[in-house]
Design a binder for this molecule. Structure first.
Ligand code: AHG
Ligand code: MN
Ligand code: MN
Length: 313
């Protein structure tokens, strides 16, 4: 809790983590990521929006900002002294930093999610998943922390270390100060965020969307996973899905870099995250390139989606 008599706005990230009596090395790691985000937000605001002339392990063309954001984050993590292994959405291999796992963390991150939105000036984000020790191919339920940074009109960090979900906003000194504590997602809600091409939806997903629309739900989709999930957390309700599609049974989003951290945050806020058939956090990824379909947000909406998928595929 913020010190009595002080508004939460005056509690900065490092002090908050200390007040929560967080592990010192985890606090160090999270503060290093916060530091890296200062350079990433500057590069987004002023940087080169062109292509890097390379592609990532998914064969997707990398933007200069993808590569730059990846380099900024990787450098800070590598020099933090508390990281064992790194996996980045922008590189094909796990990057070993330190052979000993004791007291260290392994980090999977998407340095810039939604990078194709930067040139149309829409919000993008950084997504980070943190495990104790050396193993990055564990089920997501073993994460010890997860966070995202949303580069929108305001730059905010939404974080959980297993004790609820909290939001910090970057102030004019570029420090993160606490703005919301213990964010929760209600069991149902009237916002839906449908990803993927509608003409490739399976019958089950098509029927699920139909009943959402019949119930008067409002469509809110920006094409950026971070702002679209942030909207559900901050409104406290709704569902995002990037489902299995005809021709793409695993959907698009990546288990290590996107689904596990967001599923951890949404579950910490009282929501749910499923592939449509099983809990995202129970998946054991085969490799760092693993993808899965996702239905994530208010518990009852996710359960409803699972019913339609079970009944109609
Ligand atoms: P990234 O920019 O890291 O490749 O991820 C983009 C993702 C995610 O932000 C969003 O939910 C999804 O791509 C949108 O995909 P479509 O462009 O196929 O809608
Ligand atoms: Mn991404
Ligand atoms: Mn990305």
């Amino acid at each position: 809790m913020a010190e009595p008599g002080k508004t939460p706005f005056q509690v900065d990230l490092r002090r908050y983590l200390r007040e929560q009596d967080e592990d010192r090395n985890l606090t160090r790691l999270i503060c290093e990521i916060a530091e890296a985000s200062k350079y990433i937000v500057n590069s987004i605001r002023t940087g080169d929006l062109g292509v890097a002339g390379t592609s990532n392990l998914y064969g997707e063309q990398q933007l200069a900002l993808d590569v730059l954001s990846d380099r900024i984050l990787r450098k800070r993590l590598a020099h933090s002294g508390v990281v064992a292994n790194i996996a980045s959405e922008e590189s094909p291999e796990i990057l070993p930093i330190s052979p000993d796992c004791e007291g260290k963390f392994s980090v999977a991150y998407d340095p810039l999610d939604g990078s194709s939105l930067v040139d149309v000036n829409l919000a993008v984000g950084t997504i980070v998943s943190i495990y104790e020790g050396c193993d990055l191919l564990q089920p997501g339920r073993n994460q010890v922390a997860a966070l995202y940074i949303l580069y929108g009109p305001r730059t905010t960090m939404v974080l959980s270390t297993g004790n609820g979900v909290h939001e910090f906003a970057m102030n004019k000194l570029m420090e993160y100060t606490l703005t919301r504590e213990n964010i929760t997602v209600e069991s149902s809600g009237s916002i839906y965020s449908p990803g993927g091409q509608r003409n490739k939806y399976t019958s089950g997903v098509e029927k699920f969307v139909g009943q959402l629309e019949e119930n008067g739900s409002k469509l809110r989709y920006s094409g950026g996973f971070v702002p679209d999930i942030n909207q559900i957390l901050m409104k406290g309700k709704g569902i995002f899905f990037y489902p299995h599609l005809q021709g793409a049974p695993d959907g698009k989003l990546r288990v290590l870099f996107e689904l596990n951290p967001m599923a951890y945050l949404i579950e910490q806020a009282g929501g749910a995250a499923s592939t449509g058939r099983e809990r995202i956090l129970d998946l054991t990824p085969e490799g760092i390139e693993a993808r899965a379909p996702v239905f994530i947000g208010s518990k009852e909406l996710v359960a409803k989606a699972e019913e339609y998928v079970a009944a109609h595929g």
